[in-house]
Design a protein around this ligand. Structure first.
Ligand code: HEM
Ligand SMILES: *[C@@H]1O[C@H](CO)[C@@H](O)[C@H](O)[C@H]1NC(C)=O
Ligand SMILES: *[C@@H]1O[C@H](CO)[C@@H](O)[C@H](O)[C@H]1NC(C)=O
Ligand SMILES: *[C@@H]1O[C@H](CO)[C@@H](O)[C@H](O)[C@H]1NC(C)=O
Ligand SMILES: *[C@@H]1O[C@H](CO)[C@@H](O)[C@H](O)[C@H]1NC(C)=O
Ligand SMILES: *[C@@H]1O[C@H](CO)[C@@H](O)[C@H](O)[C@H]1NC(C)=O
Ligand SMILES: *[C@@H]1O[C@H](CO)[C@@H](O)[C@H](O)[C@H]1NC(C)=O
Length: 378
């Protein structure tokens, strides 16, 4: 090799060595430029994904806080994020305790630990994985930081995992603040106290779907009044309502069938990410159909159209281009055609293959609803 070439090769080796050190195997490749991808992808070990796991054979209520799944608080290096369901599964060992998992592991864990229905588990997991996961290594982080009090990992700013704002994580969360206020994923005591007072006022001390309807509306009104950048369009429009139903569907002990969530149990899930003692998972497998029924109860008392503030508080403006509950297929189509496509404008080779494979998995539950598949990316 002549000297100039040796220098160029040396610079390249240095660049790749730096990336090996700094680009985590679970870092999202979304939004990276062609030249960044060309440097990073060769440093990653490509893993061909397993197809999504099927439904549970046995969907009965049963003990899930068992001796094989003790609660262990996260170490400083373990990742936790905005989702109390996934955080809890990681802290009980249904997911890897470090908070980094494959989509198949997440689907198995939410089914096993909470009896989430297969169609919903597949849909939510691949939606999150496509925008927040690493499509080459097949890994997704359930948060961005190491744990709620730990430092940010020594990694590029793009490593958001599930904390990444506006693709999956979003505004007007139940117990988490809006990203605009600087922390989009930590448990917020003020918000939880407000949830308790709503449960006292509308649920005789428990969280139920009537409380969910009032509190969901309150959180939206609060963001309209305080967050000039409040955004409430698809997919967040859907996930916000779904997350208001999840505690009723998944956090109530399976031996209890009255739909009333005890607030001490709720605090355990939301704040410390623990199952209550002797917790039985729900005996009802809640999938798309069951959660849609819950959303109906939450939405109808206080309907609102998708939209957002215009840069000023109290400027909520409808966005007629956003999917809403009248058109579920549009949620899917826009998510693929707009959100996912815009994150990977230059995908080719292994990344393009992985994108199309995972888009195919994502479409599985949507196909059953009769929606038309968006053609593979080229
Ligand atoms: C299937 C895979 C799942 C993924 C990818 C996922 C992802 C997420 C994300 C990104 C958020 C934050 C959204 C936001 O508030 O901005 C969230 C919130 C939430 N998730 Fe999950 N989740 C999953 C399963 C579950 C399960 C099984 C449960 C219940 C057992 C659950 C319960 C919740 C709740 C209650 C919230 C709202 C938290 C709050 O606002 O305080 N999720 N999830
Ligand atoms: C469910 O049952 C089928 C048929 O008996 C079996 O092949 C499959 O492995 C079972 N799945 C689980 C998760 O146990
Ligand atoms: C985060 O890790 C630190 C150090 O190990 C620990 O003190 C703290 O309790 C952890 N935070 C959570 C929310 O578990
Ligand atoms: C989400 O919160 C994390 C931790 O506070 C922060 O680093 C990140 O910038 C936030 N994301 C956005 C888009 O605000
Ligand atoms: C928690 O939420 C309240 C109400 O939105 C806000 O005033 C407060 O600053 C938040 N606390 C933290 C620690 O982020
Ligand atoms: C929630 O609890 C209140 C108070 O007990 C009750 O009036 C209401 O019917 C409950 N709603 C649901 C959906 O269980
Ligand atoms: C999605 O994008 C593809 C490719 O650009 C296009 O053919 C299709 O019409 C789009 N679908 C919708 C519903 O926008």
């Amino acid at each position: 090799m002549s000297p100039p070439f040796r220098i160029i090769a040396g610079v390249f080796a240095l660049l790749s060595a730096t990336s090996v050190l700094s680009f985590p195997t679970h870092g999202s490749l979304a939004g990276l430029s062609r030249s960044e991808l060309d440097v990073i992808i060769p440093t990653l070990e490509r893993r061909i994904p397993d197809p999504p796991p099927g439904p549970l054979n046995d969907t009965s209520a049963r003990l899930v806080f068992d001796p094989a799944h003790p609660f262990i608080a996260p170490k400083a290096t373990d990742i936790r994020g905005p989702c109390p369901g996934l955080n809890t599964l990681a802290s009980h060992g249904y997911l890897p305790r470090n908070g980094i998992a494959t989509p198949a592991q997440i689907i198995e864990a939410v089914q096993e630990g909470f009896n989430m229905g297969n169609d919903l588990a597949v849909f939510v997991t691949y939606a999150a994985f496509l925008v927040d996961g690493n499509l080459i290594t097949n890994l997704l982080s359930i948060g961005g930081k190491t744990n709620e009090t730990g430092p940010d990992p020594p990694a590029p700013a793009i490593v958001g995992g599930l904390d990444t704002h506006a693709v999956f994580e979003g505004d007007a969360s139940t117990t988490r603040g809006d990203a605009f206020f600087g922390d989009n994923h930590s448990f917020n005591e003020t918000l939880f106290d407000e949830l308790v007072s709503f449960s006292n006022k509308f649920g005789a001390g428990s969280y139920n779907l009537s409380v969910a309807a009032q509190f969901r509306f309150q959180r939206i009104q609060d963001s309209i009044a305080t967050n000039p950048q409040f955004s409430f369009v698809s997919p967040r429009f859907y996930t916000a309502y779904a997350e208001s139903v999840f505690p009723v569907a998944f956090f109530i002990d399976g031996r209890q069938t009255n739909g009333q969530l005890d607030m001490t149990v709720a605090r355990g899930f939301f704040q410390t990410n623990t199952f209550p003692p002797n917790f039985f998972r729900s005996g009802v497998s809640s999938g798309l159909r069951e959660i849609a029924a819950g959303i109906q109860e939450v939405f109808v008392p206080h309907p609102i159209v998708p939209g957002g503030n215009n840069g000023a508080v109290n400027s909520y403006t409808p966005n007629p281009n956003s999917a809403d509950f009248s058109n579920f297929c549009k949620l899917y189509t826009d998510f693929v055609n707009n959100t996912v496509r815009s994150l990977y404008p230059t995908a080719s080779g292994a990344l393009l293959d992985a994108l199309n494979t995972n888009l195919e998995f994502f479409f599985g539950p949507i196909a059953l609803l009769g929606c038309t598949q968006v053609p593979a990316f080229t």
